[in-house]
Design a protein around this ligand. Sequence first.
Ligand code: ADP
Ligand code: ZN
Ligand code: ZN
Length: 807
Amino acid sequence: MAELAQVIVDVPTLQTNRPYTYQIPERLENQVQVGMRVIVPFGNGHRKVQGFIVGLDQPSDYDGHLKKITALMDLTPVVNSEMLALSKWLADQTYSFWISCLYTMLPNALKAKSTRVVRIIDDIDENDRQLLFNNVDQLDYASVQDHPELVSRLLKLRRQGKVSFEYQVNDRARVKTAVQIEPALSFEQYENLRDGIRSNAKNQLRLVNYLQTIIGKKVLLKEARQSTGLSAAPFTQAIKKGWIKSTNVEVYRQPIGADIQDQAARNPLQLNSDQQTALDQVTDAIDQGHNQVFLLEGVTGSGKTEVYLQAMSRALKNGKTALLMVPEISLTPQIVSRVRARFGSQVAVLHSGLSAGERYDEWRRIERGEARVVVGARSAIFAPLDNLGIIIMDEEHETSYKQDDTPRYHAREVAKWRAHYHQAPLLLGSATPSLESYSRAMAGNYQLLRLPHRVNQKPLPPIDVVDMRPEVQRRGETSFSSELLTALKDRLAKHEQSILMLNRRGFSSFIMCRDCGFVLKCPNCDISLTMHLDSHTMKCHYCGHEEPIPNICPNCHSRHIRYYGTGTEKVMAELQHLMPEARIIRMDVDTTRRKGMHQKLLQQFGDGQADILLGTQMIAKGLDFPNVTLVGVLNADTGLDLPDFRASERTFDLLSQVSGRAGRAQKNGQVFIQTFNPDNYVIKLVQKHNYQQFFNTEMQIRQMASYPPYYYTVRIMGSHREERVAAKMMYDIRQELGNQLASDTIILGPTPRAIARLKDRYYYQIVIKYRHDNKLHELLTQIMQESQNKYQRGAELSIDPEPQYFL
Ligand code: ADP
Ligand code: ZN
Ligand code: ZN
């Protein structure tokens, strides 16, 4: 029997990937398993922390002074052996700590939060007991910490040895329960009962009648009340009288929209020959358990989703499970409803819009094998599916698959790891694959599958590029060219729908003084504040800082302070003015902040309650509305000139995606792209629907500049509230890297980050570009480990492999 456990502890200020050894107390010996969470003492004093058991040993040379595990938090392991191995690998790959990787994999509800409590350990004065402790044995320190007189009283008691200050770990996982009832009597007994009930006791009679219909069944009280229309009171009385047995049972929370299914998608479609060819290769790999990576390059509307569905169905038929990754669920509710329609209650959906409880419930359904199909955004890659038969990643080029917070993992890399673990194929799909994936496919590392045409021989919509320069000269500042306006009016007359995208990356709707050029910036970040008309405030999109919209320039007191850039609100107002009869839905961060609003607005648009959907990038992806025949991009340029080598790739993706929303069904589509750079190669190639040529052109640029996919990149970033400390730390690291690296490895920096100050911290970065470097990984791991003690208090270091943004 194991008597020692290896535990990864959760101590924020001192993290290490080395497990600590704890003794297993006798009473727990038969219960302890790898993958369970435990509470253990840590350091001196009474501090208790949470940890994960990552190994069990026979005692060997330990000297008997090991601390003991205080308590087990789980009855069964919350991480299985796959997840344990994955978390360890992930920590290594992303230069992060094992514990944070473990937490990342689990639903929030299982994450520990520790509270500081004060506990009575000896007799105390009655007055104190009443005043301080409200007559109970312990109090939450947070509730008194702002009252100095109470705190000093408590400190005095501690000095006298009467109370102790402790940390307690709260387990926030809450299983939702509901009351379930079942008839306690037989049919005849209820008959007899009925005879004794007064005829005007209608509720009792109704209840008894009902109970007779459910004999031998168990029913949730909630449902019983719905069926009978009775309040809770008659049931409670019946339970007391012994007519009904009641128990508390575990139930799952139903997320909003869980019942929405796209009925048209219930049955598999007859595939066209391109789809069939692609599917056949994937199903071969599923059947044979081939760990192969496929890249499905299919133009918008080519029927990729149907290929996904049928591939998943094959995996299920083989007794396995399937995982479908999508970039952002709230933006693409349609794909979820198709999956639900096809696979029904076997589907679990994981995304950030769920409450902690809902997410926990979905997670448990997966873990218990009740849900065998999972659809989800980035973190769903950690869904505890057993026996995976296929992993699919839709829109594999999307940057939202990369987490830009620690652990900085890319879901695609995790998907590769898991597919390999399960010996299953990985299917990556996109209309505009990432350069990384496409070059791998070109090199033969991935198997390329192509769907070059839309289903039903529909052509891709023709794209008109509208030069806005003469337009603005002629008509003054406007968001709508006359071509686009004419087309919008035409669609309105024909009762067809239009989608308008306002590319809102970068600095839109900021305020500038016309006299002195002053721009209103966030006091905490080097970012201009964005104007929000609905709340009449200026907001920082990074730290949340908020202030009133100024009427005069804070710098020169001029009244000529005005708004620049275009926000959706402003465009909405302009459009409503130009087309007063059009019904417009606006979709942006403001109109979709409330839970479920994305879905609601899209549903309204799908139901034909509006003529025009006006939105930011969030409307570009995945929407499949048959009545949409016109797409307009109001400002294609924003984003093109950001200081980021992926700016062109992103613009190409975005414009191709949004163009793909037009003309997907019977009616032909049309796209207008408004731009101030009509000769830019990105815009020209979008117009030609030519991904291949874009790939070739962009690859040449990447090669010349030594960027991915020719080179790998890693970014080291240091921050501190004082600029000089952040800079010094990064110069020290530059020194440490020294000349230990490979000769073709390129080190850039340290430089201040493009946004040098954020949330009142200064940022400095080093970017390393490399091809093969034997030393680099080890060196960076070491730098990360050391950083906890080496640098000044308050300094933070992060290492980001393959960052998606360099801003
Ligand atoms: P993509 O994901 O490639 O953009 P979708 O999978 O959304 O394309 O398919 C576009 C439309 O074509 C959807 O409405 C879908 O139901 C339909 N479709 C897909 N495959 C077929 C098929 N084989 N036969 C008929 N319609 C299809
Ligand atoms: Zn001014
Ligand atoms: Zn800010």
